[in-house]
Ligand binder design. Structure first.
Ligand code: ADP
Ligand code: MG
Ligand code: MG
Length: 877
C-alpha cells in the first residue's frame, strides 16, 4: 500500500517527486543534522488521491496524518490544544518545482481559546500570545476559508482608532484579547459557525486548502508558463512553529549563498529582528542586510555561515535559505537551489566548475535554456544612457534594460503586451494575482518592497527587468499616474528602467543588441561540445543572418522568400505579376523581380560565409500582397503606378478572395498554377550561388525547399520545373554546382506518405506551425480566441502552437522521420516551426534523431543549450 505521510526524518532530498521540493529538503537537512523544527510531509500522491476521490481526504490518509501528528507531538514534547505546552504548527505547500502563486503558508495553527492561554503562560507574554492568535484567525479565515481580509483589517483599524494608537504595537494584551473576540465574530458572521476550536479540524481544513490551491487560476497559469504538468500535485508540510517574534533576541530572514543577481560568491540576504514569517518579504519594515547579523548576534551569524557552506557543498549549487532565530537559537526552515538571473546562473555554473564542484556537463545543466533569453535581448545604448538623466532610483532587482509605456494595473499591462505594445508595469507593489501582467510586460517598477519582495523574486524568475522599492515615486493606481520630482506621468507615457542599476527614466531610451562573451561564451563552448543536434536559424535578410551567426547558428534552416517580396522597391513588380492576365505579362513582371531576388540571395550567401541555406519557395496566398478592398486610396495609388484602373484591382482582389486562405491557393500550389514563379526563384537562387561561389570561394550547395506538399506527384511536378531551370542556367553559364531539393512536411497527408515523398525529396523540414494547425484543425490565426477556455477548463495545459504537441503532432513527425529514413537512409531532417526554439521540443527532436532545429536568431543560443541538455540527459539515462 502507498505511504502518504512521511516524518521529516524518514525522507531525503531524492524524494522530491513525492515530498515536493520543500519537504524533501527539510528531510535532507534533518538528516544532515541541521537544526530544523520537526514535522511531517503529506505527499504529492495524497494530493492526486484527493482529486481522484472527489476533493476528499480518504480515511487511510487521515489515519496516517493523525499518526504522524502524534509522533511529532512526542518528538517536540508538546500537545495540540494544550493549556500547559501547546503544540503549534505551520502548514506549508511545496510542489516538486517551486511555484509562486500557490497557497500562502499558515502560521501558528493549533491556537484556540485554551492553547492561547497555554502559549501566554509558557512564554510569559500574554500580548504575544493574543497577537499570534488574532493573526492566526485572520490568516486561517483568509487563506483557508476565503473570508475577505478587509473584514479583519477594518476591524483592526477601528480598534486602533478607538484606543487612540497609531500602530498595532500600541495595542495592549487586553486590546488584542478583545480583537480576538471581534475576529471570531466576523468568522461566525461570514461562515455561520464558530471559529474551529479543534486543532485537528484546523489542520485538516488547512491541508485541504493547500490541495485546492494546486488548481487555482494563478497556479494553472504559472504551470502553463513553465511546462509543469497538473498531474504532479503539491505536497503539504506540517512543521512545528518556532518564533522569530519573541523579542529582540529573535528574528527571521532569508539568504542566498551567492548573489542571485550577479552570481558573486558572497552571502547575500536580509533579516528582521522581532519578526515572523513573511514580514521580511512583505516589505512592511525595511530589513537589514545579512552581514549586520554579525554585529547583532555574532555566534548565530557564525553558525549560519557554517550551515550555509555545508548546504552549498552538499547540494553543489547556490542555496536559497530561510531561517528563524528564537531566543538566540537558530532554526533552518527551508533550503533550495536558489533562483537566479541568467547572468548569475552563468557565473555560478562556470565558477562551480573552476571550484571543482561540477563537471562541465553538470554545469551546462545548471543553466536553464529559456533563461538565456534575457541576455539575448537588447541593452540600453551606451551613448543614449549616458546622456539620459534618471528621474528616480530604486533597487536593481532583476537585470536587463526595458523601455516602454507605463501601465498601472496588471490587466492593462497584459492587454498592452498582447497587442505588442512594450509595457512597463508600474505598481505600488505586485501580488501573485499580477503574474500574467508581469509576464506580458517588458519591465516591472514598484514603489515598495525589497530585493526579496514578490516583484523582485518573480521578475528574476521570469527574466523580466525590474526595479523595486523605488519609494520616491508617488503612485496613484486609481488615477493611473505616478509623480516624481514635481512631474506627473500618465498611462501610456514613456518610461525606461535599468534592472541592473535601479535607475528609472522618464523617456524611451534606445537599446542595443546583446553578444555572447565571457562566462556565457565559456558555457556555450561546453554546451556545443555536448550536443549532437545542429542548430540553424530562420532568417530572410542579411542583418538577421549575421545576428544569428554571431549567436552560433550553423546555417539557415528556413529562408522565407515572401518577406523579400514586400520590400518597398519590389512590391510594385510583385503586384504587377499578380495582376497579370497572361503568362507573358507575368513573365515580364517576374523578369523585373529576378535581379532583386537574386541580389537578396547573394547578400544572404555572403552573410552566411559558406554555411548552408534552405530557401523556401513562395508560400503565402497571393492576396496578401494586395491591399484590402476597403483601402481605396492605396488601391488608387497602385492603379496609377501600374497604369490600370482601381476597378481592375478590385476585381482581382475579389477573384483572389478565399474563404479559408490558410488552406487555399498557396505553397507549392502556386508553383503548380504559375510555374513561372518557381522558375524565377530557381534562377535567382542558382545564379546567386554561382556568383558568390565564384567571387568569394565559398562552397555553396543550394537547398531548395518546396512548401506545402501533400503528394509525391505534386512535388515531382514542381521539382521537374526546378531541375529544368537549373539545367538551363548551368548551360548558359557553362558551369555546374551541387544542389539539393527537398520539401516541407506540414500537411498530415505528407507525413503519412513520407516514404513515397522521400523518393523525390532529399530533405524534409517539418513545418510544425502548419502541421499543428492542420492536425488539430485549429486555425492558428483564430485559436487564441478560444484556447483560453481550454486552459481554464483543463482540456489543454499549453498552447500547441508554442509547445509542440508531442503526443499527436509529434507522432506524425516521428512517423514521417522514420518512413523518410527507410526510403532514403541519409535524408536530412529538420524542424523550422516556431517550436524549433522551444527547449522541450528540442529535446524531442534530439530523441527522434533529427539532424537540426531551426529557430529565430535570438533563440539560437537557447536552442544550442537545450540541445546540449537533451544530449547530456540522454547520456545519463
Ligand atoms: P514560501 O513557499 O512562500 O516561501 P514558506 O512555507 O517557506 O512559504 O513559509 C514562509 C515563511 O513562513 C517562512 O520563510 C518562515 O519565515 C515562516 N514559517 C514557515 N514555517 C514556519 C515555522 N514552522 N516556524 C516559524 N516560521 C515559519
Ligand atoms: Mg519559503
Ligand atoms: Mg507552412
Amino acid at each position: 500500500m502507498a505511504k502518504y505521510v512521511y516524518l521529516f526524518k524518514e525522507g531525503n532530498a531524492s524524494m522530491r517527486e513525492l515530498l515536493g521540493g520543500k519537504g524533501a529538503n527539510l528531510a535532507e537537512m534533518t538528516n544532515i543534522g541541521l537544526p530544523v523544527p520537526q514535522g511531517f510531509t503529506v505527499t504529492t500522491e495524497a494530493c492526486t488521491r484527493y482529486y481522484e476521490d472527489g476533493q476528499n481526504i480518504n480515511d487511510d490518509i487521515m489515519k496516517e496524518i493523525n499518526a504522524a501528528l502524534a509522533e511529532t507531538e512526542v518528538i517536540c514534547g508538546k500537545k495540540f490544544g494544550d493549556l500547559e505546552n501547546p503544540f503549534l504548527v505551520s502548514v506549508r505547500s511545496g510542489a516538486r518545482a517551486s511555484m509562486p502563486g500557490m497557497m500562502d503558508t499558515i502560521l501558528n495553527l493549533g491556537l484556540n481559546d485554551v492553547a492561547v492561554k497555554g502559549l501566554a503562560k509558557q512564554t510569559g507574554n500574554e500580548r504575544f500570545a493574543y497577537d499570534s492568535y488574532r493573526r492566526f484567525i485572520q490568516m486561517f479565515s483568509d487563506v483557508v476559508m476565503e473570508i475577505k481580509k478587509s473584514n479583519f483589517e477594518s476591524a483592526l483599524t477601528k480598534m486602533k482608532e478607538a484606543k487612540g494608537v497609531q500602530y498595532d504595537t500600541g495595542l495592549t494584551a487586553a486590546d488584542l484579547k478583545e480583537l480576538v473576540e471581534i475576529f471570531k465574530g466576523i468568522y461566525k458572521k461570514e461562515k455561520g459557525v464558530e471559529f474551529p476550536q479543534d486543532p485537528k479540524e484546523q489542520l485538516l481544513e488547512a491541508i485541504k486548502a493547500v490541495f485546492r490551491s494546486w488548481d487555482n487560476p494563478r497556479a494553472i497559469y504559472y504551470r502553463r508558463m513553465n511546462d509543469i504538468p497538473s498531474s504532479w500535485g503539491t505536497a503539504v508540510n506540517v512543521q512545528a512553529m518556532v518564533f522569530g517574534n519573541m523579542g529582540e533576541d529573535s528574528g527571521t530572514g532569508v539568504a542566498f549563498t551567492r548573489d542571485p543577481s550577479t552570481g558573486e560568491k558572497k552571502l547575500y540576504g536580509e533579516f528582521l529582528m522581532n519578526a515572523q514569517g513573511e514580514d521580511v518579504v512583505a516589505g512592511i519594515r525595511t530589513p537589514q542586510p545579512i552581514s549586520s547579523l554579525q554585529n547583532t548576534m555574532p555566534d548565530v551569524y557564525k553558525q549560519f555561515v557554517a550551515i550555509a557552506t555545508t548546504l552549498e557543498d552538499h547540494y553543489r549549487d547556490m542555496q536559497d535559505m530561510e531561517f528563524t532565530i528564537e531566543h538566540a537559537k537558530l532554526y533552518m526552515l527551508q533550503t533550495r537551489n536558489g533562483k537566479r538571473t541568467a547572468m548569475a546562473a552563468l557565473k555560478i555554473a562556470v565558477d562551480l566548475v573552476d571550484e571543482k564542484m561540477l563537471t562541465t556537463d553538470e554545469a551546462v545543466l545548471k543553466v536553464e535554456p529559456k533563461q538565456l533569453d534575457t541576455l539575448l535581448h537588447p541593452n540600453f545604448d551606451p551613448k543614449a544612457i549616458k546622456a539620459a538623466t534618471p528621474i528616480a532610483k530604486g533597487l536593481p532587482a532583476s537585470p536587463g534594460a526595458a523601455a516602454g509605456k507605463a501601465y498601472f494595473s496588471a490587466s492593462a499591462a497584459a492587454n498592452a503586451g498582447r497587442k505588442g505594445i512594450a509595457a512597463i508595469l508600474v505598481r505600488e507593489e505586485t501580488t501573485p494575482e499580477d503574474i500574467e501582467g508581469m509576464d506580458l510586460s517588458k519591465g516591472i517598477l514598484t514603489a515598495r518592497g525589497g530585493m526579496t519582495s514578490h516583484a523582485a523574486v518573480v521578475a528574476r524568475g521570469m527574466g523580466r527587468a525590474a526595479v523595486v522599492g523605488c519609494g520616491v515615486l508617488k503612485i496613484n493606481e486609481e488615477a493611473k499616474t505616478f509623480t516624481v520630482g514635481g512631474k506627473t506621468y500618465h498611462e501610456g507615457d514613456d518610461v525606461s528602467i535599468d534592472g541592473s542599476t535601479g535607475n528609472v527614466y522618464g523617456e524611451a531610451i534606445p537599446t542595443v543588441e546583446a553578444s555572447v562573451t565571457g562566462d556565457f561564451a565559456r558555457l556555450m563552448t561546453w554546451a556545443d561540445a555536448a550536443r549532437t543536434l545542429k542548430v540553424r536559424t530562420n532568417a530572410d535578410n542579411p542583418r538577421d543572418t549575421k545576428q544569428a551567426v554571431a549567436f552560433g547558428a550553423e546555417g539557415i534552416g528556413l529562408c522565407r522568400t515572401e518577406h523579400m517580396f514586400f520590400e518597398a522597391d519590389r512590391i510594385a513588380a510583385v503586384r504587377e505579376m499578380i495582376l497579370s492576365d497572361t503568362v507573358e505579362q507575368r513573365e515580364a513582371a517576374l523578369a523585373k523581380i529576378l535581379p532583386m531576388q537574386q541580389g537578396d540571395f547573394e547578400a544572404m550567401y555572403t552573410a552566411l560565409e559558406g554555411r548552408p541555406m534552405t530557401v523556401r519557395y513562395l508560400d503565402p496566398p497571393l492576396h496578401e500582397f494586395l491591399p484590402a478592398k476597403s483601402m481605396t486610396a492605396e488601391i488608387a495609388a497602385i492603379a496609377k503606378e501600374l497604369g490600370t484602373t482601381p476597378e481592375a484591382i478590385d476585381e482581382k482582389i475579389d477573384a483572389l478572395h478565399e474563404f479559408n486562405p490558410m488552406m487555399g491557393h498557396r505553397g507549392c500550389r502556386l508553383a503548380v498554377t504559375y510555374p513561372e514563379i518557381a522558375k524565377m526563384q530557381t534562377r535567382a537562387v542558382i545564379q546567386a550561388a554561382i556568383k558568390v561561389k565564384k567571387e568569394k570561394g565559398y562552397d555553396i550547395v543550394p537547398e531548395i525547399m518546396i512548401p506545402l506538399v501533400c503528394e509525391v506527384k505534386e512535388l515531382k511536378f514542381v521539382k521537374n520545373i526546378v531541375v529544368e531551370t537549373i539545367e538551363e542556367v548551368f548551360k548558359e553559364q557553362n558551369t555546374e554546382l551541387q544542389y539539393h531539393i527537398g520539401t516541407m512536411i506540414e500537411i498530415p497527408r505528407a507525413a503519412l506518405l513520407a516514404d513515397e515523398i522521400a523518393t523525390e525529396a532529399e530533405f524534409f523540414s517539418f513545418g510544425t506551425n502548419d502541421l499543428t494547425q492542420m492536425t488539430f484543425g485549429f486555425s492558428r490565426d483564430d485559436a487564441g480566441k478560444f484556447l483560453e477556455s481550454y486552459y481554464t477548463n483543463k482540456v489543454f495545459e499549453s498552447d500547441p502552437f508554442a509547445k509542440l504537441d508531442q503526443k499527436g503532432v509529434g507522432k506524425l513527425v516521428k512517423m514521417a522521420a522514420k518512413a523518410g529514413r527507410e526510403t532514403r537512409p541519409n535524408i536530412k531532417l529538420g524542424i523550422c516551426g516556431e517550436h524549433g526554439g522551444d527547449p522541450a521540443t528540442i529535446e524531442f527532436c534530439h530523441n527522434i534523431g533529427l539532424t537540426y532545429v531551426s529557430c529565430s536568431p535570438f533563440r539560437v543560443p537557447i536552442a544550442r543549450l537545450a540541445a546540449a541538455h537533451a544530449a547530456i540527459n540522454a547520456k545519463m539515462k
